[in-house]
Write a protein that binds this ligand. Structure first.
Ligand code: G6P
Length: 613
């Protein structure tokens, strides 16, 4: 989704801003732009397309300036074109602004400004905001900072903004509400960005802005943050523990492939310090520190979106099996708008890779207002959801740049397994032998994942046979049903082939009508407690001439003899099967997308971090 980068200090801003925009490309966008102050003029350059198009566009232009703001736009109001790209000028071109989020009351504000003689060059809500700031600044004869504060009080909606004034190249004003913004603190220089990826190259000292905070950045002065009511906020400087190499491709052609291959390592990071096989223990401090609230929860509600929602479905299975607590899984976007029943004493778990998904954050806020205790399972340290929850666990899989989520999914399922085990052990609701066997399986995950990654060449060959399929069905049962949904999502996200995931037995209630020799089915048929049932479902497909790719447990004879193609994965406790079995599904989607020449890391229309609802 939209990305902001801004810089003020002693260096040339252009290279920092362009590099920062490249780092934010993974979020998904359709146009890009930059504004720099030179000689008391703001030069704005913007274009539809990619950051490299912006670089070509600026080749012979004046790109001087030690202060600037830049943006990648993911269209909401108005199509992706040059006029709607950010930054936007104010009426007299004395201000320029970049914005993430949505100004909901922009039509009313625009009408009022038009009545005061303001003209608009774009269809965006953002242009309304910069015009409003200029209007207030001129009519009240106040500072940019005061004008921003006052304008934001009139705005309904979500925003992260950075504004510059051509008459003052010594300051940037930025603010946030419901859309992330972080400030990097250098030596007599400041960086602003939607997330830390454009900043870590320059400094590891950052300040995350909170909702309704406005920050004034002057290179020779201390950072100054106040809220919309002018109350000064205590500056909470955090130290980042992330390296640039984590953000680069490390020899792989795509981030997605790198992230798929990283999974054995990221699972080690995820379980490190949390499981102890010798002491036969699992320790999630988020649970242990809030035992009373968590163990006594009468009900658990898990809220999430996209891939995180699929992990949540596996979480439900794990928690209900091990802890005997009823669990409901909700799409955060639906949950927040249907006045859900939340009782004091309910435990809400919010799962989000980015920690910034607007719907999930809103569901968390709703849960909190209604008295639930909130547990976050997130990846991005310091992001909005972990800050809004009472406690939680980071999955610690490192930055995920490919838009299609891969290593975050396996990290989420692994944390959910450890969460269920910790609660179950405390509640004594799990048999000791079962607990120990899962503990061993957890420990062996990285090794098993390495083994599955060796299937890559075989999957690559298989992908060639199915590159031109128009539809795909994915089936699984039990723990592997959510995995069928995830496999289908991966394929459609990056290859644009229509794919559906179903619980295998549901096939006969509809999807079976689609089966013929042009409709391939990917069945996850590992040896588990309902293996025989899945075998029957495969027979139903074969009887109708459907092609079957089956994911089976090593040594399987029955399914392998029925399926057209089979892929063997090592045996693992069925509750952890999705962590291992998802790798072939990820690789299959990846290779098909490559065969089709798709942009796997930045698929069309998708955003990595969905900060608008
Ligand atoms: C977007 C991403 C998905 C992700 C979903 C939820 O749609 O493209 O990969 O699963 O958002 O994101 P979250 O950061 O909350 O897990």
């Amino acid at each position: 989704m939209c990305g902001i980068v801004a810089y003020i200090g002693h260096r040339e801003a252009y290279p920092i801003l362009i590099k920062g925009l490249h780092r934010l490309e993974y979020r998904g966008y359709d146009s890009a732009g930059i504004a720099l102050i030179d000689d008391n003029e703001i030069n704005v350059y913007k274009t539809k397309g990619k950051v490299r198009d912006l670089e070509h566009f600026t080749e012979s232009k004046n790109i001087n300036g030690k202060i600037g703001i830049a943006h990648t736009r993911w269209a909401t109001h108005g199509e992706p074109n040059n006029a709607n790209a950010h930054p936007h000028y104010s009426e007299t071109a004395s201000l320029a602004l970049v914005h993430n989020g949505i100004i909901e009351n922009y039509t009313l504000l625009k009408k009022a400004l038009q009545e005061h003689g303001y003209n608009f060059k774009s269809d965006t809500d953002t242009e309304v905001l910069v015009q409003l700031i200029e209007y207030i600044k001129t009519s009240n004869n106040c500072s940019l900072f005061e004008a921003v504060q006052s304008a934001l009080k009139q705005v309904i909606g979500a925003y992260a903004i950075a504004v510059i004034d051509k008459n003052n190249k010594e300051e940037i004003v930025a603010a946030r509400k419901s859309s992330p913004l972080v400030v990097g603190l250098g030596k007599e220089e400041y960086f602003v960005a939607s997330d830390v990826t454009p900043i870590i190259e320059y400094t590891n000292k950052v300040v995350y802005l909170n909702d309704e905070e406005v920050v004034l950045l002057r290179p020779k002065e201390q950072i100054n943050i106040v809220n919309l009511n002018n109350t000064i906020t205590k500056v909470d400087v955090k130290s980042l523990n992330m390296s640039i190499s984590q953000l680069e491709k490390g020899g792989y052609p795509h981030f997605m492939l790198k992230e798929i291959n990283e999974q054995p390592k990221t699972i080690i990071d995820c379980i490190r310090g949390r499981i102890n096989v010798e002491a036969t223990n699992v320790i999630l401090s988020g649970v242990i520190d809030h035992k009373d609230k968590i163990l006594n929860a009468g009900r658990i509600i898990i809220v999430a979106c996209g891939t995180s929602w699929h992990a949540a479905l596996i979480g439900k299975h794990l928690i209900e099996e091990f802890c005997k607590i009823p669990v409901e899984v909700e799409y955060a976007s639906e949950f927040r708008y249907r006045n859900p029943v939340i009782n004091k004493g309910d435990l809400m778990i919010a799962i989000s890779q980015s920690g910034e998904t607007a719907d999930t954050l809103a569901a968390v806020q709703l849960g909190k207002e209604k008295g639930a205790f909130i547990y976050g399972i997130c990846n991005v340290v310091g992001s909005s959801i972990p800050r809004a929850t009472h406690t939680g666990t980071y999955i610690h899989v490192g930055p995920e740049i490919g838009v299609a989520s891969t290593k975050a999914f396996t990290g989420q399922v692994t944390v959910l397994t450890m969460l269920a085990m910790t609660i179950a052990k405390e509640k004594k609701s799990i048999a000791k032998e079962r607990f120990l066997s899962i503990l061993k399986s957890l420990k062996s995950l990285p090794e098993l994942m390495e083994e599955v990654l060796m299937l890559d060449e075989r999957i690559k060959d298989l992908s060639k046979i199915f590159t031109y399929a128009h539809n795909f069905l994915y089936l699984g049962r039990g723990y592997n049903y959510p995995l069928a949904l995830e496999g289908a999502l991966k394929l459609k996200e990056i290859s644009y082939i229509h794919a559906e995931g179903y619980p295998a037995a549901e096939m006969k209630h509809g999807p079976i009508a689609l089966i013929d020799n042009e409709m391939p089915t990917f069945v996850i048929a590992t040896t588990d407690s309902i293996y025989e049932k899945t075998v029957s479902n495969i027979q139903e497909i074969k009887a109708r001439g459907g092609k079957v790719i089956a994911l089976v447990t090593k040594g399987d004879k029955i399914v392998s003899s029925m399926a057209d193609f089979s892929l063997e994965i090592p045996d693992v406790d069925e509750c952890l099967s999705p962590v291992v079995a998802c790798i072939p599904l990820q690789l299959f989607a990846y290779h098909i997308a490559i065969n089709k020449g798709r942009n796997v890391d930045q698929p069309r229309n998708l955003a990595k971090s969905v900060t608008v609802e």
